[in-house]
Design a protein. Structure first.
Length: 93
C-alpha cells in the first residue's frame, strides 16, 4: 500500500539542517491552511526559520542554496549569502 503521504523535498531539506524546531510550527500552519482552504497567515512563523538559517555559519552553509534562491526573505544577510554562492559557482561555459 503506497498511500502514506510523502514529505515535500523542501520540507525534508529544511528539517535536515539546524532549523527543524523553528520550521515545524511554520509547516503545521501551512498544512492546516491547506486542509481548511483558509488563506494562510504563516509568514510570521517563517521569520523564526529565516533568522535561524542565518544565525550561525554552519546554518548559512547548509541553507546557502535556499537563501541564495530567496535572498529577499533574509534581508542583508541573505544578500551576502547569495553573493557568496554566486561567486563560488564556476562560470558557465
Amino acid at each position: 500500500d503506497n498511500s502514506a503521504p510523502t514529505e515535500c523535498p523542501l520540507c525534508a531539506y529544511i528539517k535536515g539542517g539546524g532549523c527543524k524546531e523553528e520550521f515545524l510550527p511554520f509547516q503545521a500552519c501551512i498544512q492546516k491552511a491547506a486542509e481548511t482552504d483558509e488563506e494562510p497567515n504563516c509568514m510570521g512563523l517563517f521569520d523564526a526559520v529565516a533568522k535561524c538559517m542565518v544565525a550561525t555559519e554552519a546554518n548559512k552553509a547548509y541553507y546557502a542554496g535556499f537563501i541564495s534562491d530567496f535572498p529577499h526573505l533574509f534581508g542583508k544577510e541573505g544578500e551576502k549569502v547569495a553573493k557568496a554562492v554566486a561567486q563560488a559557482k564556476p562560470p558557465a561555459t
